[in-house]
Design a binder for this molecule. Structure first.
Ligand code: PRP
Ligand code: URA
Length: 210
């Protein structure tokens, strides 16, 4: 695996992903698990984000400490399913601005189609966390990152809950400068572009559309 791909190998994540995969897990629990796993992943993905020195007065003395500038991070969910991960990042970094990129996969060609893009002002200067629970062929993530780079964004991290090896391969080839955080690496894609063993359609399970 490439050095800019971080696969979580953590018992807490394995436990939670096993419940996510279960077809009998209902919408509410599915949504909560996606958020919880995202929060755990965010701790690692925040590593390396720049801190600024601040002077703090403790009850005993003045000391120089380090804080994350409020404006330093943006979250960009790929609609729809990426929306399920936003609160997971906000739980630990509540001031992150949120941009939205809408993509759906054409069911025949599996090619992503962009239908919406609204990003916060000044996004080019921020560290941007692109979030989407599923990295299948990688097409949606590649196109979303292309859209961000076109707007001048330089520091991009991709976070997905489940990835297929095909998606990681395609994404790291297209964007070798992007660090990819994946909670769980699955076996392969099926003939319809679904991840195996996977968890089915993440958007439908999050929003109860099927
Ligand atoms: C799913 C998922 C990703 C994409 C992954 O979205 O949330 O965005 O597929 O597939 P890829 O890596 O092959 O591009 P979908 O197109 O089903 O749209 P939805 O979130 O609106 O359901
Ligand atoms: N999108 C999903 O929601 N699930 C998959 O397995 C592949 C793409």
């Amino acid at each position: 695996m490439q050095s800019n791909v971080f696969i979580f190998d953590h018992p807490l994540i394995k436990h939670k992903v096993s419940i996510l995969r279960d077809k009998n897990t209902g919408m509410k629990e599915f949504r909560e698990l996606i958020e919880e796993i995202t929060t755990i992943m965010t701790y690692e993905a925040m590593r390396g984000v720049k801190l600024v020195p601040v002077e703090v007065e403790t009850p005993l003395e003045t000391t120089v400490q380090y804080r994350l500038p409020e404006e330093s991070v943006a979250i960009v969910p790929i609609l729809r399913a990426g929306l399920g991960m936003v609160n997971g990042v906000h739980r630990v970094f509540p001031t992150a601005r949120v941009g939205h990129i809408g993509m759906y996969r054409d069911e025949q060609t599996l090619e992503p189609q962009e239908y919406y893009c609204k990003l916060p002002e000044g996004i080019e200067g921020k560290t941007v966390f692109v979030v989407d629970p599923m990295l299948a062929t990688g097409g949606s993530a590649i196109d979303a990152i292309n859209a961000l780079k076109k707007r001048g964004v330089k520091e991009i991290k991709m976070m997905s809950i489940i990835a297929a090896p095909e998606g990681i391969e395609a994404l790291t080839r297209a964007h070798p400068d992007v660090t990819v955080y994946v909670s769980t690496l699955d076996r392969c894609l099926n003939e319809h572009g679904y991840i195996l063993p996977g968890l089915g359609d993440a958007g439908d399970r999050l929003f109860g559309t099927k």
